[in-house]
Design a protein around this ligand. Sequence first.
Ligand SMILES: [Fe+2]
Length: 245
Amino acid sequence: MDAVHDFSRREREPEQIDIQTLRVCGRVPYGYGAIDIVNYCYLVHNQKNGQGLLIDPAWELETIETAIRRVGARLTAILLTHSHYDHVNLVEALVSRHQVEVWMSAEEIAFYRFSAPNLRAIDMTRPFRPAGIAVTPYLTPGHSKGSTCFRIGEHLFSGDTLFIEGCGICVGDGADPREMFDSIALLKARCGRDVRLYPGHAFGEAPGSSFEQASRTNVYLNLDDYEKFRTFRMRDGQSRIFDFK
Ligand SMILES: [Fe+2]
């Protein structure tokens, strides 16, 4: 499947990082057939030391390798928001090609018995510095047991916890709407209106929209009562990955 780069963007900030948004496509079994799936993988390049990190590499190895070469980064870290296949399926291939550490929450590793070469558990109590970039991890369960969002400056890489237009489904092993409600409350408390969202999937809005922009249309950012949140999130027919609204 051809890569499409219409959402690719380049951003800079004083800490001299550069964010490449990579739209990657794959196909997963569904029912008696298969469905196309589009993920967003992010390359964050530390322009001070030349190192780069990837968030949720999947589906299109050459698209990702080309982006790494184009910016001239030396890939040294992979950050995983959670263990679902569409977010992790290029980890092994990339570890075999680059000297990288792979980071995931201890909760996600333990609950799903996730394994990968060079895998390390994130200490959630403090920022860490993959590729020499200050990253603050937020443990945000709900979509999966140990889902994690990564904050780099005013950028939030939110996996399948928070999309610009909705939030991740809370169906499946380790998923829990109560935890999702609390996780979204945590993100709202920690992130100001100007923080930009870089989710694992997009449903019309380009990654990089601000919290303030998302708040105008994302119902889950506006449901402050848990029972209302649960009733809406868990309403009938909400079990597919694209049932994000
Ligand atoms: Fe997921």
